[in-house]
Design a protein around this ligand. Structure first.
Ligand code: 6PG
Length: 245
């Protein structure tokens, strides 16, 4: 993979080509590291095929599973075996099918607790992994942060009009009211503590919202993601603006 392919926006022919391309990109970055490597996963449906590619022959044998740790940018507050669970989607797509150490998987707790307690517990998990109480602008928590966007411009579980958008101290928050389900979300300071943050977006239904975000529409939560490292947009042709590379 050329260096140019490692940074900046990329448009892929279709969702299948994108899934393979982004899986390859992630594998390349993880291989290039020589230490613990932290990936923050997004939920929803878009990344499922990308996650499945990580467990397929072209990548699974090359991926440094022992060094890579898996976190979630948000979670629906349902049991981990619920079809709506972001943990379940990733578990079924690849985590249950690859040689990843159990201790490298860090789900947001959703059972035997409340959304608020889960947010506090996950903040502790993230701080313990990071090894500090405060995020440093020189040392990102996540090596890669995979993000999706909703048709209403949300990302993770940061929805327009929510007080969570203004949170600058807490690392994770309980979110209610924005969606049929209660959720837990990471906050902007934590999502931005990323060496490489990548929006993974496919399908014509996302074209309008992606165009608004790419044009800098600050009314959208997605637009306010400002990683301390590099920001990428990985789109398929159905989403990409006319003429995008
Ligand atoms: C979630 C996600 C959320 C998702 C967008 C896009 O829990 O729903 O983390 O931020 O990325 O809603 O979802 P789709 O990929 O299903 O369109």
């Amino acid at each position: 993979m050329t260096d140019a392919a490692l940074v900046g926006n990329r448009t892929f022919e279709n969702a299948e080509v994108l899934a393979h391309g982004v899986a390859e990109w992630l594998c390349h970055l993880a291989q290039a590291s020589n230490r613990a490597f932290a990936v923050c996963l997004s939920g929803g449906s878009t990344p499922r095929r990308l996650y499945q590619c990580l467990a397929e022959p072209g990548i699974v044998s090359r991926f440094p599973w022992r060094r890579v740790h898996w976190f979630w940018g948000d979670e629906r507050f349902v049991a981990h075996d619920d079809r709506e669970s972001n943990y379940k989607m990733a578990h079924d797509a690849f985590l249950s099918r690859v040689p990843v150490p159990d201790n490298n998987i860090h789900p947001i707790p959703t059972e035997g607790t409340s959304p608020e307690q889960a947010a506090v517990a996950y903040e502790t998990t993230l701080k313990r992994f990071y090894g500090a109480e405060f995020l440093s602008p020189d040392r990102p928590l996540f090596d890669v942060n995979l993000l999706g966007i909703g048709e209403n411009g949300h990302t993770a579980s940061l929805f327009s009009g929510q007080t969570a958008l203004q949170e600058s101290r807490r690392w994770a928050l309980a979110v209610t009211g924005a969606d049929p389900k209660q959720r837990v979300t990471l906050t902007y300071p934590v999502l931005d503590s990323s060496r490489d943050a990548a929006f993974v977006v496919t399908g014509a239904a996302k074209q309008k919202i992606a165009a608004r975000a790419l044009a800098g529409d600050r009314t959208l939560p997605v637009t306010m993601i400002r990683p301390i490292g590099r920001l990428h947009w990985f789109m398929d042709r159905a989403v990409a603006p006319e003429g995008a590379n």
